[in-house]
Design a protein around this ligand. Structure first.
Ligand SMILES: Nc1nc2c(ncn2[C@@H]2O[C@H](COP(=O)(O)OP(=O)(O)OP(=O)(O)O)[C@@H](O)[C@H]2O)c(=O)[nH]1
Ligand SMILES: [Mg+2]
Ligand SMILES: [Zn+2]
Length: 286
């Protein structure tokens, strides 16, 4: 959703190049990409401050969002609920904030609180809401719209999981003149292999890793490891570094699968060409 096409009133003539695209690898045996939203300016990464809150999952979202050339804004919902701790959550996301990623905690049901998102929703701007089921994406949409257009539903009591209430992406024109895309909650979020970790929220870590003594440092027990030193000095969060290494492996694995897939495709093209040539020789066209 979000592609621009050239249309002559009857037919689609061409799809215009994408300015940005948030993608993920589709589940399944064969390598395939799935576009979550194209040509968006901002992605609101929505996460509840209830049991949904998970910094590692937010980092994963930021990799796909930032890796797709889209500006991320983290929106922590349910700040009004008893037992939620917005300050602790802000502290847990300090590394991201230090890199200039805005993190807002609010009550998604309160239109006045939600007005804090106006900075990213000016006329002509496009934003997409992403996050787990039950995080409050449709609740935010309704508060921004000023009417209950999207269906919302209570999350499960014991684990704050949503019920996959939104089943299709919805493109909504906001009174502010912005476009907003509400999406169904995502279960799986696998990189496509095209992401740059430096643009995906790990720029600080990549810069530190560049100082390691060995080029191929795995940041485990190597001497002269700048990443381990930064963890020990309290400058980096060890859990975030572990997630970085995991995501880096996933990106590398996906990049391999993508390269294989492209090689197979070009093989097939070469074989097709050769076959056509042989057929042309055998059955010359007149
Ligand atoms: N108190 C409070 N409740 C919220 C807030 N945000 C969402 N909720 C509630 O959380 C539940 C889930 O919200 P939804 O907006 O349906 O969540 P969603 O992200 O759209 O979920 P899916 O459509 O399933 O992906 C609803 O009962 C909302 O009323 C908030 O900031 N404060
Ligand atoms: Mg929804
Ligand atoms: Zn290292």
């Amino acid at each position: 959703m979000g592609d621009w096409v050239l249309h002559d009133g009857k037919r689609i003539l061409a799809m215009l190049p994408r300015r940005s695209a948030i993608k993920r690898a589709a589940a399944g045996e064969h390598y395939q990409q799935q576009v979550i939203a194209a040509n968006v300016d901002t992605a609101f990464v929505v996460c509840g401050l209830d049991a949904d809150f998970n910094p590692r999952r937010i980092e994963r979202y930021l990799l796909l969002v930032g890796g797709g050339g889209v500006q991320p804004v983290v929106v922590l919902t349910k700040a009004d609920r008893d037992g939620t701790d917005a300050d602790a959550a802000q502290a847990a996301l300090a590394d991201l904030r230090a890199q200039g990623v805005p993190v807002l905690a609010l009550n998604a049901k309160d239109p006045q609180a939600v007005a804090a998102l106006a900075a990213w929703l000016g006329p002509g701007r496009t934003a997409v809401l992403v996050g787990s089921s039950g995080a409050g994406k449709s609740t935010l949409t309704n508060s921004l719209l000023g009417e209950q257009r999207m269906k919302t539903a209570e999350v499960r009591e014991h684990d704050s999981r949503g019920r996959h209430t939104t089943t299709h992406r919805a493109l909504i024109a906001l009174p502010s003149g912005a476009c907003l895309v509400d999406t169904p909650g995502m279960r799986e979020l696998k990189p496509t292999g095209e992401e740059e970790l430096a643009d995906g929220g790990f720029g600080d870590l990549e810069a530190i890793a560049a100082q390691c003594r060995f080029n191929d440092c795995a940041h485990q027990n190597e001497p002269g490891c700048a990443v381990r030193a930064a963890i020990e000095a309290g400058e980096l969060d060890g859990a975030r570094v572990a997630n970085y290494l995991k995501l880096r492996d996933e990106v590398a694995g996906a990049a391999d699968r993508l390269a294989n897939r492209l090689a197979q495709k070009s093989d097939a093209r070469v074989q097709n060409k050769a076959l056509r040539k042989r057929l042309d020789e055998k059955y010359p066209r007149r």
